[in-house]
Design a protein around this ligand. Structure first.
Ligand code: ZN
Length: 124
């Protein structure tokens, strides 16, 4: 249950501790702390480097599944498929950047909870 609550908070780009504060100020910049509960988002310098694993991993997984499916079903010509794939691997990580960070934060909260977690039965 706690897993799904934290995952839901991540997918809504909300604080993993309280679920209310927004993670992002605008498209790229994050709030340093939760505006609702005060939880610090970047626990240590370089903390969000781990979100690159999330972003790269999902991008590679989607391409590894979609590319052969589209290629062997001859949905697109080879040139068009390469073009679509190149566009995807550039644009998708840019769009997914915020979600990758939010999922990384949620992952960290799940395994190493900050004190004061609300609504999950832990830290209350
Ligand atoms: Zn919060």
């Amino acid at each position: 249950m706690r897993y799904w609550i934290i995952l839901g908070r991540s997918l809504r780009l909300r604080c993993p501790v309280c679920g209310r504060g927004k993670l992002f100020r605008d498209w790229l910049s994050m709030h340093p702390n939760c505006q609702h509960c005060g939880a610090k988002f970047e626990r240590e310098p370089g903390f969000f480097l781990g979100s690159i694993y999330v972003n790269y991993g999902l991008t590679a997984l989607v391409v590894a599944i979609a590319y052969p499916l589209l290629m062997f079903n001859r949905v697109l010509s080879h040139e068009a498929l390469v073009g679509v794939t190149l566009a995807f691997v550039v644009l998708f990580p840019l769009w997914f950047f915020r979600y990758a960070r939010a999922l990384w934060l949620g992952f960290d909260q799940y395994w190493d909870p900050r004190p004061g977690e609300v609504g999950t039965g832990k830290g209350e």
